[in-house]
Design a protein around this ligand. Structure first.
Ligand code: FAD
Length: 404
């Protein structure tokens, strides 16, 4: 039995290795880039956050996020880590539950997978960009325009549109589309958000802990806490990624409100500011020692306080305003950065057209899909790669059944 797999990314490699456990299956893995796992090697800022020990269904989204359950239950974090250990990868878990390779190098993950693919019943074709799939009776023929691969079953593991520079493309949606599969609208997720406030540029490079909420027309849309990173255009960092999904996707006013001192209530902060008015401090430094200097100055300015004054001159109403700036700093959001900056695609090929227990198409027998091309996306923290491993393995195990 010949199984074709399109896409040598996280889910395609997991599928290939699962299918190849059946010695009667000959796997042909086709990857358009010159090497497998290109995006994988850039994940987690080059460290690859390969899974999360808190993985559960709540961390996944999509039109029907329940679709992900059989795959995630069948190959959970523990099973994934033990599989990777078997491939030779040592890992470490951070207190947040995020798991990284012990080497701290995403390439270690790619390397163990690449080495594992060197099996007699796996043929790897890199630089092979599939342009067309044809179903001739029971068989599939897959071509890059010059060479055609014929197979009995086929897995589409082309990934999503996010991370365009690392290989994200529309290819998977288009190939599946030609076979009758429909996709939802695609949106960038786990992405930086642009702000409509010019003053943000003064904070470029500043990182701060905060509790952040996205407000849509004044109503709370999403909440999280962690590190925010300011960029030239807006806000980024883990806390923003967490709450970026579907922000600015509808009309109305979108804002991001940040509390830079969530561990202090307003009263505690007011008392501390009052104490500081008795110190011989320039107003510009009234938050020095509490917050990043640059952030402290921007917040003082945003509260309408003149930096040239002495802290002793802070009035009661200015103190309250400063307190508000520290605990409820609000910036208007205009749009998310594009797909090239996003880590994952929200939306994808309709999951209702696939069987969640096998990942087989309900429209085209023998055709399977896995990974980001499907309408499932996870939170920030290793959940997207876990979906790639779990769905890839499930597709590989089922598509790889049968013999020559
Ligand atoms: C910068 C960045 C950092 C990230 N960090 C993390 C992280 O730390 N943890 C986490 O869980 N997730 C992370 N993600 C998300 C995660 O990488 C993806 O969700 C995951 O790789 C999806 O796996 P996949 O197999 O579906 O797609 P991919 O890994 O994208 O693989 C798809 C493969 O298919 C190939 N392909 C596409 N079309 C064709 C074609 N027509 N013919 C042949 N080959 C084709 C592509 O070249 C690609 O290699 C990150 C994403 C980005 C962009």
């Amino acid at each position: 039995m010949i199984l074709g797999i399109i896409g040598g990314g996280a889910s395609g490699m997991a599928a290939a290795l699962a299918a190849a456990e059946n010695p009667g299956t000959q796997v042909v893995l086709m990857e358009r880039q010159s090497r497998v796992g290109r995006k994988l090697s850039a994940t987690g800022n080059g460290r690859c956050n390969l899974t999360n020990t808190n993985a559960s269904k709540e961390h996944y989204h999509g039109t029907d996020s329940d679709f992900a359950k059989p795959a995630l239950d069948g190959f959970d974090t523990e099973a994934t880590l033990s599989w990777f250990r078997g491939l030779g990868l040592c890992t470490v878990e951070e207190p947040s539950g995020r798991v990284y390779p012990y080497s701290d190098q995403a390439n270690s993950v790619v390397d163990v997978l690449r080495l594992a693919l060197e099996k007699p019943n796996i043929t790897l074709k890199t630089g092979f960009e599939v342009q067309k799939i044809r179903k001739d009776g029971e068989k599939f023929s897959v071509t890059n325009g010059e060479e055609t691969v014929c197979c009995d079953k086929l897995i589409v593991a082309c990934g999503g549109l996010a991370g365009t520079k690392l290989g994200g493309s529309l290819s998977g949606y288009q190939l599946l589309g030609k076979l009758g599969h429909k996709a939802t609208r695609l949106r960038p997720a786990l992405v930086q958000l642009k702000c409509g406030w010019n003053g943000i540029a003064a904070l470029k490079g500043v990182r701060a802990n905060c509790s952040a909420q996205i407000l849509h027309d004044g109503e709370v849309f999403a909440v999280s806490s962690g590190e925010v990173q300011f960029t030239e255009y807006g806000v980024s960092g883990p806390v923003i990624f967490e709450i970026s999904r579907d922000v600015c996707q509808g009309p109305g006013k979108w804002t991001c409100q940040m509390d830079f001192l969530p561990q202090w209530d307003a009263n505690t902060l007011e008392k501390e500011l009052l104490r500081r008015t008795q110190m011989a401090l320039p107003m510009d430094d009234i938050l020095t020692g509490i917050l990043h200097n640059r952030l402290g100055r921007v917040l003082t300015k945003a509260a309408g306080i003149k930096g040239k004054l002495k802290a002793a001159e802070l009035t009661d109403s200015e103190r309250k305003e400063l307190c508000r700036a520290v605990k409820a700093f609000e910036v208007e959001l205009t749009e998310p950065m594009g797909m090239d900056s996003a880590q994952v695609t929200a939306g994808g090929v309709l999951t209702g057209q696939f069987d969640p227990n096998t990942m087989e198409s309900r429209l085209v027998p023998g055709l399977y899909a896995c990974g980001e091309v499907l309408d499932i996306d996870g939170d920030c923290g290793g959940y997207n790669l876990q979906w790639a491993w779990s769905s890839g393995r499930l597709a590989g195990l089922h598509a790889g059944k049968g013999s020559v």
